[in-house]
Design a protein around this ligand. Structure first.
Ligand SMILES: [Zn+2]
Length: 414
């Protein structure tokens, strides 16, 4: 399976300029090619092929006066930008024809200089890992990188991003073998909620840690301050950066915490079931803020790939399944409950239920049933199909690779 490994990079002033140039060129190629395809479509002409665009918008464009600066950056970046546009189109078309499952994706959009997140993608012929611990990037130079953990194998591609708070990150894609953990007899149903972050079917309640809530409070305060600053003023620009920094800090902490919790759950259980929440639908309701803050979908994504990585079973329970209405003891369907009802008594057997715990137990039963019926979306790693996707690796797991796996030489691990 393919995993992503992210590291912070510290380019110097000249490298930052070179990267800004590369971000700009990648964006221009994307926009030029997108415009050609849109115009052809509007004029009723056939879809412009990538080969044609590559010749016209990269190779030939370099020879024109207004696009001569495209030659200042690595051609790999430009080709990759075009390839990414192709992928965006493919996802869009597959969504239209029903070949692609899940949420519909819109057609590709133009990129703006003002986008908060800038990125370029490189294949192995445009970057290399140096013995002194730096990463060489074509036409940019040797980037200083903070190797927070070891890469388990030579990377196959690299994405360089700059986020809204001005930080640079290198994200490597690495092919890894699953790291199967010893079999356990335990399994768990998980109810994701707002009162507690998660409730497990064995009764464990996991609430968001205090430091996360504190960081979120500070973010709210900064945002209030920002809204009082005059538009266009220097103080507003400063406050903007401060808000972006705090956002990044909160997101980092939340992600680290999600990693910790998801690793623990996957290590402790042979099978894990969660309710497939309609997060995007909930996000449009009055609960929007707390829903997005909780970051459920990122967390569920972590559970899913860690299950695949460690040979555990993972399944999502259909969101139409009435986990909060059915009594987990006798199976009586007690009817819908408004969100504020935290406890209820079963009308048939008289059991007093904690809403979330009862839901988690129901998710467990339903999950077991789904897996037994062979309808699990992701089965365990023993030969069963596992979704191939780029997923972020967890912190620290790189040190526990299986024996005999190649390790990239020259990368100082900690
Ligand atoms: Zn009952």
């Amino acid at each position: 399976m393919q995993l992503r490994y992210n590291y912070r990079a510290y380019p110097d002033a000249a490298q930052r300029r070179a990267l800004a140039r590369a971000f700009g060129c990648a964006r221009v190629v994307w926009n030029d090619c997108l415009r050609d395809r849109r115009e052809a479509h509007a004029a009723g002409l056939p879809y412009v092929t990538s080969a044609e665009l590559s010749r016209l918008r990269i190779t030939q464009a370099k020879r024109t006066e207004e696009r001569a600066w495209l030659a200042d950056v690595s051609a790999v970046i430009l080709q990759q930008s075009l390839r990414d546009l192709d992928t965006a189109y493919k996802n869009f078309f597959d969504g239209l024809t029903g070949k692609r499952q899940g949420r519909k994706v819109g057609p590709p959009r133009y990129k703006s200089k003002k986008d908060t997140r800038q990125s370029i993608r490189l294949t192995t012929n445009a970057f290399s890992l140096q013995d002194n611990g730096t990463v060489y990037v074509a036409k940019v130079g040797n980037l200083k990188v903070m190797w927070s953990r070891r890469l388990p194998a030579p990377p196959t591609s690299l994405t360089i991003t700059k986020d809204s708070s001005g930080r640079y990150f290198l994200s490597f894609v690495v092919d890894t073998e699953p790291d199967i953990l010893p079999r356990l007899e335990t399994d768990a149903g998980i109810d994701l909620g707002l009162s507690a972050f998660a409730v497990l079917s064995d009764g464990t309640k996991i609430s968001a840690p205090r430091f996360l809530r504190r960081a979120e409070k500070k973010l709210k305060r900064l945002q209030r301050e920002l809204s009082r600053k005059q538009k266009g003023s220097k103080n507003r620009a400063k406050a903007c950066i401060e808000v972006a920094r705090q956002h990044a800090r909160v997101a980092d902490r939340r992600r680290d915490w999600h990693h910790k919790v998801s690793t623990q759950i996957i290590r402790d259980n042979q099978a894990v079931y969660v309710e497939d929440l309609a997060v995007s639908a909930l996000g449009r309701t009055r609960l929007a803020r707390s829903v997005h803050d909780a970051g459920w979908s990122a967390f569920v994504g972590m559970l899913e790939y860690k299950a695949a990585l460690h040979g555990r079973t993972f399944a999502k329970v259909d969101r139409a399944f009435p986990s909060s209405q059915v009594c987990s003891v006798c199976g009586f369907r007690d009817g819908p409950k408004p969100l504020h009802v935290r406890q209820w008594t079963c009308g048939a057997c008289g059991t007093v239920h904690d809403r979330d715990l009862n839901a988690a137990r129901n998710v467990l039963c339903e999950g077991r049933r789904i897996v037994a019926a062979g309808r699990a979306e992701t089965l365990n790693a023993c030969g069963a199909p596992v979704r191939r996707a780029h997923v972020p690796a967890q912190r620290g797991e790189a040190g526990s690779r299986r024996k005999g796996q190649p390790t990239q030489a020259g990368i100082p691990g900690r």
